[in-house]
Design a protein around this ligand. Sequence first.
Ligand code: UDX
Ligand code: UDX
Length: 466
Amino acid sequence: MPYPMGAQMKFEKNILCIGAGYVGGPTMTMIANKCPNYKVTVVDINKDRIDAWNGPNCPIYEPGLDEVVAKTRGKNLFFSTETDRGIREADIIFVSVNTPTKTFGEGAGKAADLQYWEKTARQILANSESDKIIIEKSTLPVRTAEAMERILNANTKGIHFEVLSNPEFLAEGSAMQDLEKPDRVLIGSRETPEGIKARKEVVAIYAHWVPAKNILESNVWSAELSKLTANAFLAQRISSINSISALCEKTEADVDEVAYAIGTDSRIGSRFLKASVGFGGSCFQKDILNLVYICHGYGLHEVAEYWESVVKLNQWQQKRFIKNMLGNMFNTVAGKRIALFGFAFKANTGDTRESPALAITRGLLEEHAEVIITDPKALPHAREDLRDIKSGVSFEPDPYKAAAGAHAIAVMTEWKEYQSLDYERILASMPQPAFIFDGRNILDHRKLFKLGFNVFAIGKAPLKHF
Ligand code: UDX
Ligand code: UDX
């Protein structure tokens, strides 16, 4: 324990992160863990969130996170609501506040809503008494750093702010692994002597545990755009394989076999080729729409349309899933009980932002189905997301109870536990004919069919008894 609580410790540097969310929380925890010589403070305007970070259970579920927080908190990792003070004391400030899609005015539905960003910039300006390095951690439109620089350096206090971009590539559910062994860390700065000096200071943080070859340096605009591009490419692969899944269902090709076959080509690679009910999460759709908006802004309408089709295909895939359920359940689900296995946007997280399960639930409710939702981690968020629904939805932590009496099961999230359930017992508790719609292709379809289920997977020929 290098820095016991209460000890008068002089840290080499004070690092602040504004925004204690899915990105800021785990990232700063890892930095604190790997850099005991730095004091790391994470601030947030949301007091409940900060209280949770300071309590026994972190406000987000992320495998391995609680342990590292417990190890570092109170030593060199601190969570607080005192943003102004945090700014005053910091040498380096990461900004990780949310940048949702704008819901109003110009660019509504596409552009990034930068109001929290600008507010944060002004707060940094108002409370700073010394030069600082400001790091964009949130995903932002390319050239946001320019606006940030203008706001910050328009000060009369003689303080210099160097604005850098250090986008975070972690994926939820594997955040701690991704942070511990990142494929790369990207640090972009101005190519001025001050910019390069600041860049080296940020490199020095990551050099505590990331091999030098994995720390990439670039100009600030490349770093900003690389983050949007990485998310767009990842999402595009999913939409590409999902488009092929529709064709597989018409032709008796099997999408998992096709994905495997193309993935063995080292030029294509095997990851992010899992066909599904659609991609979710807080980033993919938001970032692509943001890219689309930027391209239109520069008059690059064909480029914008190309990327927008990735989002459209994803929405279509979700609609197609509901249509498939309807078509195969004799064109009506009205009054039928449907059990959704999983509500999180992916396994190993409680996060439900943009989860396909949301669209599926709402679509089924429009068809007057009765939806029962089960999920090992995401039920609190699911309840919150569906709080406007007065009837027709219920929540059940136990998948056996959720399935009992259900006409159909629809797998929404690839939780491992759904693969090892006793489906014989489940089938016996359901009215016949019983249906399984596997939106993640994680179950043993032949085995389920042999048990007596009618099985519909993504991109595979249906297995039905009628
Ligand atoms: C992050 C990035 O910020 C976003 O740009 C990226 O695309 C996705 O990941 P995330 O950490 O998932 O977002 O967001 P969230 O969990 O909503 O955390 C943001 C936090 O910032 C919230 O806790 C919010 O209370 C806080 N916040 C917001 C502030 O502290 N100050 C503000 O002014 C606004
Ligand atoms: C993503 C990026 O991976 C990460 O680098 C970035 O920092 C934030 O956005 P995240 O949204 O947490 O991370 O999860 P990710 O693993 O990318 O999955 C996104 C969605 O795509 C999930 O709904 C997932 O189920 C789906 N997906 C993923 C597929 O449907 N098929 C795949 O092959 C991979």
